[in-house]
Ligand binder design. Structure first.
Ligand code: SAH
Ligand code: SF4
Ligand code: F3S
Length: 471
């Protein structure tokens, strides 16, 4: 059953026909053109880039990692913090040189950053070598844009504001080895006051359960062993569907599929992480014992100003519930330091959360002002150096906790998924525990792609070290 937000099948089929025309066009010229794809930002963007690559492959492109060799360059951007945007502008600025050498080159900039009107305008005016600009809502129309540019040069801007839609049936070229992303929903309705994501990714819309399960089945049959269900807040899954289904139901159904794999998910918003979710995780053997539950701040006053919808006490009680169901759960989180108006006293409450929740790992950010969000209009008197001092204290505390937690693994035997090479001579393989901790592993390359038992021999702040146990 198609969901309300779904792009009609005929419209997606039209893009497929365009892809076929472009493929024949290249074949007719007797050449195999090259594409360069660069991705910034979160897993959602990684997943979008897998679709862009899937479309490019279908259109007869091969991939290069050198911008100067590419016939088409696609830069898939992120807008979540200023730093990400500055890197993008720096890198697109540098493409002037490759374009000068190869005036036929097509340069496309897509993703969250260009869905902001001021960013699209800046590219229009100041980055004249960029030919194509399209936001996340228009991603599925990439073949059509490319065809227009191949047939008649010019510039295309497809950045209209939209609620957002779902395009099923586009090709995907995955690049994560035995790990795969699987989007369950798109967009966000939470409007945390600091965050640009809902402004650029549109409203929440859920993919149909059948489509998700079919894709999961397909991934498992292709040999993927670690599937991450993706959404900005997976706990909102299903609210927009006619069917009575929630995220815990989807998680259970995926976990019940045949095969050797684990399923995990990101991200959960604490305001609607339910008891049912934790119960389901605990009851389902193939659901990874990993919970990423961003808390953002420890002060109730700041949490309110952030529009997060919970208090410090509610957050800590959720953590307690999760650990009651799953004592071995690996807990990770996100936190922002220096939200406008945060005081030293507020910040101390954030430190308190670290001491009490004892996260296995933490993603730490200094607040970045995003034009168009409500927090951008708040007075922000604390100087950057002061925020940096808080940030450093936070990181130091978390590093101690992470190191202590990792040290507790030493001597244990665990099942891990060997997912690639590490580049380290003594521990040439990299692997992940069920809870998602990074393991540097001594062993043979032939183990890549397999679940094996290992003995943990050492640990650091960020990872574990191990040897293959006698199998
Ligand atoms: N949907 C996810 C997070 C998406 S953005 C969630 O709600 O958990 C990833 C992280 O970036 C956020 O959790 C937050 O910690 C951080 N972030 C978002 N906007 C930010 C901003 N303006 N400044 C600093 N960090 C920000
Ligand atoms: Fe941003 Fe909040 Fe939505 Fe996460 S839940 S994407 S932080 S608005
Ligand atoms: Fe992700 Fe960045 Fe967009 S974090 S949703 S790519 S703004």
């Amino acid at each position: 059953m198609a969901t309300k937000a779904q792009i009609p099948r005929e419209a997606v089929d039209r893009q497929r026909a365009v892809m076929e025309r472009i493929r024949r066009h290249h074949a007719g010229l007797g050449r195999s053109p090259a594409a360069f794809v660069d991705t910034y930002g979160c897993q959602q963007n990684e997943s979008d880039s897998e679709k862009l690559r899937g479309m490019l492959l279908e259109m007869g492109y091969r991939f290069t990692d050198k911008e100067e060799d590419a016939d088409v360059i696609v830069i898939n951007t992120c807008a979540v913090r200023e730093h990400a945007e500055l890197r993008v502008y720096g890198n697109i600025g540098a493409l002037v040189h490759t374009k000068r050498k190869n005036p036929e080159q097509i340069i496309a900039v897509c993703g969250c950053m260009v869905q902001q009107p001021q960013a699209a305008e800046k590219i229009r005016r100041s980055f004249r070598h960029v030919d194509l600009v399209f936001g996340p809502h228009a991603l599925w129309r990439f073949p059509e844009f490319l065809e227009n540019l191949l047939m008649e040069r010019g510039r295309i801007f497809a950045v209209e504001e939209e609620e957002g839609s779902i395009a099923e049936g586009l090709p995907v070229s995955r690049s994560g080895g035995v790990k795969a992303w699987l989007s369950v929903m798109y967009g966000c309705n939470n409007f945390c006051s600091y965050c640009i994501v809902p402004h650029v990714r549109g409203r929440e819309r859920s993919r149909s359960p059948q489509v998700i399960l079919d894709e999961a089945r397909q991934l498992i049959s292709e040999g993927y062993k670690d599937i991450t269900l993706l959404g900005q807040n997976v706990n909102s899954y299903g609210k927009d569907l006619d069917e009575d289904v929630d995220f815990a139901d989807i998680l259970r159904s995926v976990s019940n599929l045949e095969g050797e794999f684990l399923v995990r998910f990101m991200t959960s918003h604490p305001k609607d992480a339910s008891d049912k979710l934790f119960q389901t995780m605990a009851a389902c053997g193939k659901v990874a014992r990993h919970l990423h539950l961003p808390f953002q701040a420890g002060s109730d006053r700041i949490l309110r100003a952030m529009n997060r919808g919970y208090t410090q006490a509610q957050y800590l009680s959720l953590v307690e519930t999760a650990r009651r169901y799953m004592p071995d759960i690996v807990l990770t989180s996100d936190v922002i330091v220096g939200f406008p108006g945060e005081t030293a006293e507020d910040f101390e409450k954030t430190m308190e959360v670290l001491r009490q929740a004892r996260f296995d790992a933490l993603f730490t950010f200094i607040y970045s002002k995003r034009t168009g969000t409500p927090a951008a209009d708040l007075p922000d008197p604390v100087p950057r150096e002061e925020k940096q001092r808080w940030f450093d204290a936070l990181v130091a505390l978390q590093n101690d906790i992470s190191a202590e937690k990792h040290a507790m693994y030493v001597g244990k035997t665990l099942r891990v998924l060997v997912d690639g090479e590490s580049g380290d001579v003594r521990y040439p393989l990299s692997a992940r525990t069920n809870g998602g901790r990074l393991v540097h592993l001594a062993g043979d390359k032939a183990l890549i792609g397999r679940y094996i038992d290992v003995t943990i021999t050492g640990s650091s702040t960020w990872s574990l070290f191990a040897e293959a146990a006698s199998q």
